[in-house]
Design a protein around this ligand. Structure first.
Ligand code: OSB
Ligand code: MG
Length: 383
């Protein structure tokens, strides 16, 4: 094939995109993950691969199979990508120009994020720059926390938490829901002591009328309570924060840097969970980080049960200076018996930030192919 090179805005020659693929796969989780919105036993996967001139950039979609965490779901992401986003692409589309091109499409953050990330990985690999360097990372490794699903009994919970502490996790997050909140938190705090960094995540399961109940969590000295109320009820979180002393952290509600600014301005939260997939990609995630850093608001990197592709990218973000709290950036073994990349391994309670070009890691294609249900070429540019 003829060499397809283009002169970029920056005056440098770069490779053009010759092919984009959408890959669908599924991977089993090592144990069921129960939250207030459902139980996951496996992860439906959608990867975007952007290729040209022997380089491939990867993106992993964070949407789940059902619209229970948020309105997005993986089949919906694939649909909106095919119908409305991929048609906006050219051979020389960059992550930045893509972000501008899709700014008129409402919502669909997770769909935007997966393609934007694949584009960013493609161009950074081409340029030999790591995602961490591009974003402004200042840390070479990040502290790891772990998100613990709702367990059948308190005994089970204590056993699971003990196992994670033995692994070296530096912070425990307990999923909670009405009827399964005060007592499990009390049991973990009592068993593991006051030094344990402990927080909870309700995934929008409560109402503002539960404020007095949630205030009962104050005695356990939690780092934060994550997304207690529905996504749309940002202002109610500001009300809640007048009753509950535990810091409120928003996850689902924070869909952009603009929402983050408004939420902070009205006192709806004092901490933000940044998930690139939830906000449309790493460019927006970086804006949220910068806003919070400027204001002295702590942030941490959330997770969506990502495989190694998504995890590598999250680690680059989590290495920015404002990420002062341990994230849900756990080791591969917390999720899968075999990851699609070389496994991310906990060392001394940390994960290393990849340093290679782009996201800094490649999938094991044989293994990935073995869990792939289909891989469709969706854009081919022939010279
Ligand atoms: O709310 O943070 C959440 C997983 C899937 C969807 C939403 C959430 C989570 C987690 C696990 O809490 C985070 C992880 O370990 O990847
Ligand atoms: Mg959450």
């Amino acid at each position: 094939m003829a060499a397809t090179r283009w002169l970029g805005r920056d005056g440098r020659w770069g490779e053009m995109i010759s092919e984009i693929r959408l890959r669908r796969a599924r991977i089993d989780l090592v144990s069921p993950f129960r939250t207030s919105f459902g139980v996951e036993t496996s992860r439906e996967l959608l990867y975007v691969e952007v290729s040209g001139e022997g380089t491939t950039g990867w993106g992993e979609c964070v949407a789940m199979s059902e619209p229970m965490y948020s309105s997005e779901y993986v089949d919906g992401c694939e649909s909106v990508l095919r119908r409305f986003m991929l048609p906006l692409m050219n051979r020389d589309t960059t992550a930045q120009s893509f972000a501008r091109a899709v700014s008129g499409i409402r919502g669909h953050y997770m769909a935007k994020a997966v393609l934007e990330t694949a584009l960013l990985d493609f161009q950074l690999r081409r340029d030999g720059v790591s995602l961490g360097t591009f974003l402004g990372a200042t840390q070479t490794r990040v502290r790891s926390g772990v998100s613990v699903g709702i367990q059948p009994s308190i005994d089970d919970l204590l056993r699971v938490v003990q196992g994670y502490l033995d692994d070296g996790y530096q912070r425990i997050k307990l999923k909670i829901e009405p009827g399964c909140d005060i007592e499990p938190v009390r049991a973990v705090r009592t068993t593991f002591g006051d030094e344990l960094l402990l927080q909870v995540d309700a995934n929008s399961a409560y109402q503002l009328s539960d404020a007095e109940h949630l205030a009962r969590l104050d005695e356990f000295d939690l780092l934060l309570i994550e997304q207690p109320l529905p996504e749309e009820q940002v202002a109610s979180h500001a009300q809640l924060s007048k009753v509950v002393r535990t810091p409120i952290c928003l996850d689902e509600s924070i869909l952009s840097a603009d929402v983050a600014r408004e939420a902070l301005d009205i006192g709806a939260c004092s901490i933000i969970n940044i998930k690139p997939g939830r906000v449309g990609g790493f460019l927006e995630a970086k804006k949220i980080h910068d806003l919070c850093y400027e204001r002295g608001v702590a942030v941490w990197c959330g997770g969506m049960l990502e495989t190694g592709i998504g995890r590598a990218a999250n680690l680059a973000l989590a290495a920015l200076p404002g990420f002062t709290l341990p994230g849900d950036t756990s080791a591969s073994s917390r999720y899968f018996t075999r990851d699609v990349t070389a496994p991310f391994v906990l060392r001394d309670g940390h994960l290393d930030v990849p340093t290679g070009p782009g996201i800094g890691i490649d999938p094991d294609t044989d293994y990935l192919d073995s869990i792939t249900s289909r891989s469709d070429k969706v854009l081919v540019c022939d010279e």
